[in-house]
Ligand binder design. Sequence first.
Ligand code: MN
Length: 319
Amino acid sequence: MQRFDVCNGDADGLCAVVQWRLAHPAEAVLVTGLKREIALLQQVQATAGDEVLVCDLSMQRNLQPLRALLAQGVQVRYFDHHKVDDIPQHPALQAHIDFDPRVCTSLLMDRHLGGRFRAWALVGAYGDNLTAVADALATDMGLDAATRRQLRLLGEAINYNAYGEAPADQHISPQRLYALMQRHAQPQQLLRDERIGDELDALRHADLQQALAQPLHVLGARARWMQLPDAPWSRRVIGGLANDLASAEPGMAHAVLQDDGRGGYVVSLRAPKNAPGGADAFCRRFGGGGRAGAAGIDHLPKGDRERFLAELGVARWGD
Ligand SMILES: [Mn+2]
């Protein structure tokens, strides 16, 4: 019998599996990847009687391989907080799915395990940006402000490590990172005994400094934009940078254009925080998509940049 642990390579995914394997120690094949790699279940080569744990990967995006595994007689435990239309009813599927915006997969695992490895759950929750929820839980368990801050930095740093277009953009592979995390029943021990937390935190800040050294251009009264070169640091930083710029100037929309090395740009767009609508519709005009407040374009040809900027300067935001 083989076991497979399948998870998103961000903090929430890794911290969910860490909690499970601390509670249920056993050899398992870890299948994980970059943050943008969601369809991971199709990589699992399991047969009847095998066990598969899935954490923090949209069931909607993995339905086909899930159904195939269940039909083959594989036991599946599924923990996730992304929207899914219909959960297959099958005796071999144990599903822990909740799309309440105040939970993440690490917190669902924490609920299932009765809070046994809660500090790891907090790291996952901080990584998924559930700062207020995590702070409240941390305070409840008696953690002081300095420890809360440490766990938050670790969660954000592990989350940051999952960004990038390719494994070569990552400071450490999620497989190696998981192995370091798994050795410690408490994340505080990892922070004390290993350098990886500090390394990831320092890298994240160095990336942001490089980005903020690029010129920030103003377009009319309501938009600003920045261009980043074709480099690993810019592929890691683009999403977080757009969020930081948006928070710093809530009255403005922000676009970050990153040279993709293929004759165009990857675009990350944020509507003004005080009128958080229209980003998805704007990006759709250029072949992109996303959510009302945060959207993007995978490839904006260089020849379309001037039109993009002209339209950005006069765009209307909000609903
Ligand atoms: Mn998550």
